[in-house]
Design a protein around this ligand. Structure first.
Ligand SMILES: NC(=O)c1ccc[n+]([C@@H]2O[C@H](COP(=O)([O-])OP(=O)(O)OC[C@H]3O[C@@H](n4cnc5c(N)ncnc54)[C@H](O)[C@@H]3O)[C@@H](O)[C@H]2O)c1
Length: 244
């Protein structure tokens, strides 16, 4: 049990990587506040975990919504140790045809949402008074530009945000790292045309999509004492698609 007695806050927890992370965290002994903008799907998804997981509605792009959702960790589980800023959205806009609203939405959820989750989470971790960690979800798109402009920009921003706050929070016992997945077998990828996925796959030396569980296993490691001297890093899980 690598996460015994730990409390985690995971965003975008209703499906895909977020749900796989919740499942792995619970298996390792953690209790989890699972947050998603789609409460109905989330509640159905986490029902199997009983009182080890609290499902909360949360729009990560809304500061007050994130503050309220993080606060549930203290109210229900007595504090917080781990934050996973996983919620994210994509888009198929070409650069020249990107509407302002689409830019604001992708940056708002992927980058500003990560900032809100990290800030509110860090405040509660410090109040809880034990060591903690934050995991921010980026993408190989931030490294190789394989993705729409706003998505690439948001995920590169997550890397910079991680490095900045990792330095600032280190002295207070909070580690902050970026998890950098390659193409992964989730609903997000299912929304991309098959021929685009086939092109992406050609660039993966291991020759297949990543599974959400393979991301979750790395999240468990980063959240555990096994990663006690790792902070500010990009941890890529991409089958060799690009190197950091
Ligand atoms: N699937 C991939 O190939 C891939 C690759 C690299 C990085 N990523 C990143 O990994 C993360 C998880 O991706 P996934 O494939 O599991 O995605 P997914 O689309 O399967 O799940 C995303 C979840 O986030 C939730 N969400 C969306 N907007 C939200 C908001 N404003 N507030 C709260 N929750 C919100 C959705 O309801 C959904 O449950 C994302 O940040 C994504 O950008 C995905």
């Amino acid at each position: 049990m690598k996460l015994q007695n730990k409390v985690a806050f995971v965003t975008g927890a209703g499906q895909g990587m977020g749900l796989a992370i919740v499942r792995s965290f619970v298996a390792e002994g953690a209790r989890v506040v699972a947050a998603d903008i789609d409460l109905q799907t989330l509640q159905q998804a986490v029902a199997e975990f009983g009182d080890k997981v609290l499902a909360v509605a949360c729009n990560v792009a809304d500061s007050a919504s994130v503050t309220a959702a993080v606060g549930e960790a203290e109210r229900v589980f007595g504090g917080l140790h781990i934050v996973v800023n996983n919620a994210g959205v994509g888009s198929l806009d070409s650069f020249l045809e990107t509407p302002d609203e689409s830019w604001q939405r992708v940056i708002g959820v992927n980058l500003t949402g990560t900032f809100f989750g990290a800030r509110e989470g860090a405040r509660l971790i410090l109040k809880t008074g034990e060591c903690g960690c934050i995991i921010n979800m980026s993408s190989t798109s931030a490294l190789n530009g394989e993705g729409p402009n706003h998505y690439c920009a948001s995920k590169a921003g997550v890397m910079g945000l991680t490095r900045g706050i990792a330095r600032e929070l280190a002295a207070q016992g909070i580690r902050v790292n970026t998890l950098v997945p390659g193409p992964t077998n989730t609903q997000m990828l299912a929304s991309i045309p098959d021929e685009m996925v086939a092109e992406l796959l050609k660039a993966v030396p291991l020759g297949r999509l990543c599974e959400a569980d393979e991301i979750a296993r790395v999240a468990v490691f980063l959240a555990s004492d096994g990663a006690s001297f790792i902070t500010g890093q990009n941890i890529a899980v991409n089958g060799g698609m690009s190197f950091i």
